[in-house]
Design a protein around this ligand. Structure first.
Ligand SMILES: Cc1cc2nc3c(=O)[nH]c(=O)nc-3n(C[C@H](O)[C@H](O)[C@H](O)COP(=O)(O)OP(=O)(O)OC[C@H]3O[C@@H](n4cnc5c(N)ncnc54)[C@H](O)[C@@H]3O)c2cc1C
Length: 356
């Protein structure tokens, strides 16, 4: 179910799986959009093609049956899943790779307000941004509110400040003392400095209560904007909850990536809640779970012991700050400049090339 980072890898292993007695059926939309490049695409720095993988073509190439559609519900007793368009699929084993969505964190949100995930909500932001920027003048620049100062909020603020024709009035609203949660203190300071240099207004200790198309309410005060985007952190998609598979943390899995209650149900990537120790929602974990899932499907068929996923302790994070710069951090180490961006582009391109 779904074709994100780990399942794309599984598709490329189809012939090995077939030889081991495992046939795959993938239920997923035709396109996968790589979120590592999402902010660059949404702000026009890269074309949408740069972040797209054609799932249908990948499945064809590896002779895997691809059903175009989306997962809706599961009957674990009957071992069937239902699709959003009313279809049904039977399974011996099922794996979920459904990604994540922005968690509004108690903010009252107009459903049309853009969010950094899923991708279709960010591409709506890109379309509106183009129209507003074209109509803006130095006297009336585009006013943009970015709600949430985590890595995605920083990326958006960085790209927008570098891209807007009229520079715009960009404000980044963060509930904490400083944006950049999860990054070392020095890196957080550097990110703030870069954004302030580019006229981004950083408003800390900002408790946003409501976001509408034309205004928001922060610390009890109304403030107008032309465009807003929500970047308040990620949670599992609502389907996980409505299907009874888990909660907003995700589908609870053991170290073997199997559901805590069902041996034949797996979950990987952002949609999984790794109960041995919750993981940050980063693509790298899903990427590394792919080979474990393949080995597990083969082992389950042959009766061998199932492999366990052992996550790395510290993952490298690279935040693209726009204007040709990025900030890289791993544990307490960090660096900022052109080098980290070149490294990010190389990692992204190498990963994308594998599935094209
Ligand atoms: C703006 C932004 C930038 C980021 N940058 C980075 C970065 O640089 N590096 C990094 O490591 N992480 C980054 N992340 C985090 C990263 O997005 C996630 O950790 C990663 O995408 C998780 O991979 P995944 O395969 O679980 O999910 P996804 O990549 O989201 O893939 C899930 C797939 O499932 C499909 N799907 C969803 N629902 C259904 C359904 N019901 N039925 C069928 N298919 C469905 C979706 O269409 C999607 O293609 C970023 C996140 C954001 C928001």
């Amino acid at each position: 179910m779904g074709a994100g980072h780990p399942h794309l890898h599984v598709v490329t292993c189809a012939s090995t799986l077939r030889a081991g007695g495992v046939d795959l059926v993938v239920l997923a939309p035709v396109d996968f959009h790589y979120s590592g490049l999402a902010t660059a695409v949404a702000t026009g720095a890269l074309s949408p093609e740069a972040a797209r993988i054609d799932v249908a073509a990948l499945c064809r190439q590896h002779e895997v049956e691809h059903r175009v559609g989306r997962f809706a519900s599961i009957d674990a007793a009957q071992r069937t899943v239902a699709t959003e368009d009313g279809g049904e699929l039977a399974y011996d084993r099922v794996s979920f790779n459904l990604g994540s969505v922005v968690a509004p964190g108690g903010i009252h949100l107009d459903p049309d307000v853009a969010a950094v995930k899923p991708f279709d909500r960010l591409s709506a932001f890109a379309r509106r941004l183009d129209a507003l920027d074209a109509a803006a003048t130095p006297q009336h620049p585009v006013r943009i509110s970015i709600v949430g100062g985590g890595p995605s909020g920083l990326e958006l603020a960085g790209h927008l400040s570098a891209r807007l024709r009229t520079r715009g009035l960009i404000q980044l609203l963060e509930r904490d003392e400083r944006p950049g949660a999860g990054l070392p203190v020095g890196a957080r300071r550097r990110a703030v400095r870069r954004l302030v240099e580019r006229n981004v207004e950083i408003r800390v200790r900002s408790r946003v209560e409501q976001v509408e198309a034309d205004h928001l309410v922060v610390n009890g005060h109304r403030q107008d904007h032309d465009l807003a985007v929500i970047a308040t952190g990620l949670s599992a998609p609502p389907t996980v909850v409505t299907a009874g598979l888990g909660d907003a943390r995700g589908i609870p899995v053991r170290a073997t990536l199997q559901h805590v209650d069902h041996d034949e149900v797996y979950a990987v990537g952002d949609a999984a809640y790794f109960t041995p120790g919750p993981l940050p929602r980063l693509g790298v974990y899903g990427v590394r779970q792919g080979p474990v899932l393949v080995a597990s499907l083969l082992a389950a068929r042959s009766g061998a012991p199932l492999p366990r996923f052992e996550p790395q302790r510290e993952a490298l994070r690279i935040v693209d700050l726009g204007a040709g710069r990025a900030l890289a951090a791993r544990g307490r180490w960090w660096a900022e400049g052109r080098g980290p961006l070149l490294l990010k582009r190389r990692i992204d391109e190498r990963w994308l090339a594998r599935y094209r």
